[in-house]
Every structure is written in structure tokens, then in C-alpha cells.
Design a protein around this ligand. Structure first.
Ligand SMILES: Cc1cc2nc3c(=O)[nH]c(=O)nc-3n(C[C@H](O)[C@H](O)[C@H](O)COP(=O)(O)OP(=O)(O)OC[C@H]3O[C@@H](n4cnc5c(N)ncnc54)[C@H](O)[C@@H]3O)c2cc1C
Length: 419
């Protein structure tokens, strides 16, 4: 370990690994880190050896070994408030006997994180008649599923679900709780975080682990999407995060996997619910056959440069020929050409189609965070330097008004040959 002239053990940058993200600069409490000539530098004489830069570095580019904190064992000493928390829990969202896909995506991510922490993946499943969903959770990667099976949990109500999930957390004490950022999950996560008096990082686009300190590194866009911040919850448990659908990869289902299902009783009554009677339950448009761009395998995404109502039929034809649907960037919604349910990006939907075709989409960061999970990216753009062109698997440089009719013709002639 390098030391400064005062003999203090200090952190050092590993230049080959450093990606110059500057997160360490923001984290350093005494401004001992800065940029010099495009490279990050730690001032050895100023460094206090706190190791906070190590916690936030996403590239393992900091050489530092944190001193191991002494455990409190003496009589009369209070146990550390973070002790005894183990396991990565995922809230399993269930509707009419089916688990939400985002829950399985999070179980897949939890497995990856659990390996780094050498711990278990736990499913927390409140609902009514949800045992088949519990078995599905095991097939996707849970080691143990905790259920609260109660008739009062048939339809989602913040108070009841919040009570059930907080109860599970208090009993099982997971160190991490992941919740899908669906409309239900967003509401529930905030209720539970408030009840447990812990922190919550919403809409994370990346999750990782600092195994030394068992900290969850929760990364999400901030400042209007212009920087990616990695947020830590040091002093409270569980560390809570919501993640949107399609951000994490869906793991493979293994129906032969073995796991344990445990049931919790939850003492509750209709009075606790405080809703005398549910009059109606109105499903989202997507659930009654409306457009759901998150489920499409092919997306033809219209950008501002192609925001022309006369060309909409052409985009729809291309999408139809490829078995897909039309989506768009934010300016297209702002122009009124397409509704918000078709918007891709930070303030729209996160999508992960097999094929994403961006037509005159520049690829601003707020758009990219919503479509980076696409398997193949095609960019049609007049500008070679557009960010979307830079990350695309295939780029067609030119005017979309010339390119798309040719694409349609080409696909139609292939369909004729196949027939
Ligand atoms: C807080 C915040 C949240 C945001 N959330 C989102 C979001 O969720 N989703 C989102 O999309 N944006 C979002 N934005 C807006 C984002 O910053 C960009 O402004 C937006 O994504 C740009 O959309 P665009 O690529 O369609 O348009 P532009 O950036 O204007 O790009 C148009 C592209 O069209 C190309 N072009 C022009 N004419 C042609 C032609 N004839 N043929 C081929 N190519 C052509 C141009 O070269 C250019 O690359 C957000 C912004 C903020 C501040």
C-alpha cells in the first residue's frame, strides 16, 4: 500500500484502468482528487485514506485497501445497526396468477449480485393464491420465496402491500431489496422505504456490488440525463432500488431448479386497508390490447428529423413488414405526432427489441438509456457523427426519404420470393 510522507496509507489511481468518469472527484470529501491533462490524479499529501473513492469507482481503478473495522463485542455495547442483514430480495409482482416479467429480470440480476456477495436470492411475494408464482420464481433463480397469501392482497392497495412487504423485510432482514419500476412497483417501493426508514434509488440503469463493504452500487442518470451517478446507501438497510422493465436481461427459466417456499402470516383486517370497497379496476391500455412498445420485437423509431405526418404511413408499412411497431423520440411526442406511450427513453419507456431501427434519431443520452438493451441497432441518419450511428450495429447514411422506400421494396421482394 502506498503511503504519503506523513506515513498515512493513501489511495492511488491505476491509470490503465481509469475511465475518467470523475465519480471519485465528486465523492472525495476533502477535494484531494482532480483532473490534470485529461487524467485523474490523487494528491498524496492531501489524501486522508478514507477510501470513499474506492467505493464509487466503477472500473476498479483505485489501489487501496480499507482498514477492517473492529467488531463491537463488549458487554453492554449495542450491535451495529447493519449487522444481521443478509440476502438479496426481489419483490415479485403478480397479477392474476402470473409474475411480472420485470420481477424475473431482477431475479436474474440478483443472482449475479448474490454470487459476488456469496449470499442467497430471496423472492418476496405478497398476493392471493400465488403459490404457482412462487414456483416460477424458483425456476427463474430464487433460492427461497417468502409468501404472504391473503385474500386482502387480491388487488393492489399501497397500504396493504406496503404492510406485507415491510413485514417480510423486518422478519427476513435482506441487505438489498429490488423492485420493478412498474406503476405498482414505484408506488410500493416508496411506501416500504418510508416504513423501513431506508434510502431508495429509483430507476437504476446499472447495479453492481462492492463486496468488501457489501454495498450496492446503484447507477442512474441524473441532471437531466447528462451524467450517470452511482448512489450508495451506507447507513440503512435494506439498500433499495427500483429498475424499469427491460433494463436487465431476462434469465433462462429452469423448471427443474429446487428452492424453498415459506409462508408468512400477516395480521390484518379490512379496517387496515381503509378502502371500504373497490368499485372498479381499470387496466392500463397495454393490458387491453393497446400499444405496448416494450413488448415489440422490432421497433421503427421516428426521430425529430423524420417528424412529418405525411411519412407516418411509410414508417408504419416498414414496421408492419418487419412484424414490429412504430415508436419515437421525445420531440416527436412534443410535436403531437405520436402519443407519449410510444416514446422511448428516460422519460418514456425502456425497450429491448430484437431490432431497433432509429430513423433520424440523433441518439441523445436521454434516448440511449431507454434502448441500449436492443439486440441489433440500425441507424438511418444523414449525419455520420450522430451518437446513435456511433453505437449502431448497422448504419445507413443518407436521407430516410430515399432509404426507407428502398428498404420496403427490398423486404417486399424477398417476401414474394419466399412465397
Ligand atoms: C430531462 C430530460 C428527459 C428527456 N427524456 C427523453 C426521452 O425519454 N426520450 C427522448 O427521446 N428524448 C428525451 N429527452 C430529449 C433529448 O435530450 C433529445 O433532445 C432528443 O432525444 C432528441 O430527439 P431526436 O434524436 O429525435 O432529435 P434531434 O436530436 O434533433 O436529431 C434529429 C436527427 O435527425 C437527423 N436527420 C435530419 N433530417 C434527416 C433526414 N432527412 N434523413 C435522415 N436523418 C435526418 C439529424 O442528423 C439528427 O441526427 C430528454 C431531455 C431531458 C432534458
Amino acid at each position: 500500500m502506498p503511503k504519503n510522507i506523513k506515513g498515512r496509507e493513501i489511495a492511488e489511481i491505476i491509470p490503465d484502468k481509469c475511465i475518467a468518469c470523475q465519480l471519485c472527484i465528486g465523492e472525495c470529501p476533502i477535494n484531494a482528487i482532480d483532473m490534470q491533462g485529461g487524467a485523474v490524479r490523487i494528491d498524496p499529501e492531501a489524501c486522508a485514506g478514507c477510501g470513499r473513492c474506492l467505493d464509487v469507482c466503477p472500473a476498479n481503478a483505485i489501489l487501496f485497501e480499507k482498514p477492517v473495522r473492529k467488531k463491537m463485542t463488549g458487554i453492554g455495547q449495542k450491535p451495529h445497526p447493519l449487522e444481521g442483514y443478509r440476502g438479496i430480495a426481489v419483490f415479485i409482482e403478480a397479477h392474476d396468477g402470473t409474475g411480472a416479467e420485470v420481477s424475473w429480470e431482477l431475479v436474474g440480476k440478483a443472482r449475479e449480485l448474490a454470487e459476488k456477495l456469496e449470499t442467497q436470492v430471496l423472492g418476496f411475494l405478497p398476493g392471493t393464491d400465488v403459490e404457482p408464482v412462487a414456483r416460477e420464481a424458483i425456476a427463474y433463480g430464487c433460492d427461497t420465496v417468502y409468501m404472504v397469501d391473503n385474500p386482502l392482497l387480491q388487488k393492489y392497495l399501497s397500504r396493504m402491500y406496503g404492510r406485507a412487504l415491510a413485514h417480510m423485510c423486518n422478519q427476513v432482514k435482506p441487505e438489498i431489496l429490488l423492485v420493478g419500476a412498474t406503476s405498482l412497483g414505484r408506488d410500493l417501493a416508496s411506501v416500504v422505504a418510508t416504513q423501513l426508514e431506508t434510502g431508495l434509488t429509483a430507476d437504476c440503469t446499472g447495479l453492481d456490488i462492492n463486496p468488501q463493504e457489501r454495498l450496492l452500487l446503484m447507477t442512474r442518470p441524473t441532471f437531466g440525463g447528462n451524467i450517470m451517478a452511482t448512489i450508495l446507501c451506507r447507513n440503512h438497510r435494506p439498500q433499495m432500488s427500483t429498475v424499469r422493465p427491460k433494463v436487465m436481461k431476462l434469465p433462462k427459466k429452469d423448471t427443474g431448479r429446487r428452492g424453498e417456499i415459506r409462508t408468512f402470516d400477516l395480521e390484518t383486517s379490512q379496517e387496515v386497508v381503509q378502502v371500504p370497497r373497490i368499485i372498479d379496476f381499470i387496466p392500463r391500455a397495454a393490458e387491453v390490447g393497446g400499444v405496448d412498445i416494450t413488448r415489440a420485437e422490432v421497433l421503427v423509431v421516428i426521430g425529430k428529423g423524420a417528424c412529418d405526418p405525411r411519412h407516418l404511413p411509410m414508417f408504419e408499412e416498414l414496421a408492419m413488414l418487419m412484424g414490429g411497431t412504430v415508436a419515437c423520440s421525445r420531440p416527436v411526442v412534443q410535436s403531437g405526432l405520436l402519443p407519449h406511450i410510444r416514446q422511448v427513453g428516460q422519460t418514456g419507456k425502456t425497450v429491448a427489441p430484437k431490432v431497433y431501427i432509429g430513423v433520424a434519431v440523433s441518439g441523445a443520452v436521454q434516448h440511449l438509456v431507454g434502448m441500449q438493451g436492443a439486440e441489433k441497432i440500425v441507424a438511418i441518419n444523414i449525419a455520420r457523427q450522430a451518437p446513435l450511428v456511433q453505437i449502431a450495429d448497422y448504419a445507413l447514411i443518407g436521407d430516410y426519404r430515399e432509404i426507407i422506400p428502398k428498404l420496403i421494396k427490398g423486404i417486399e421482394s424477398r417476401i414474394k420470393v419466399i412465397r
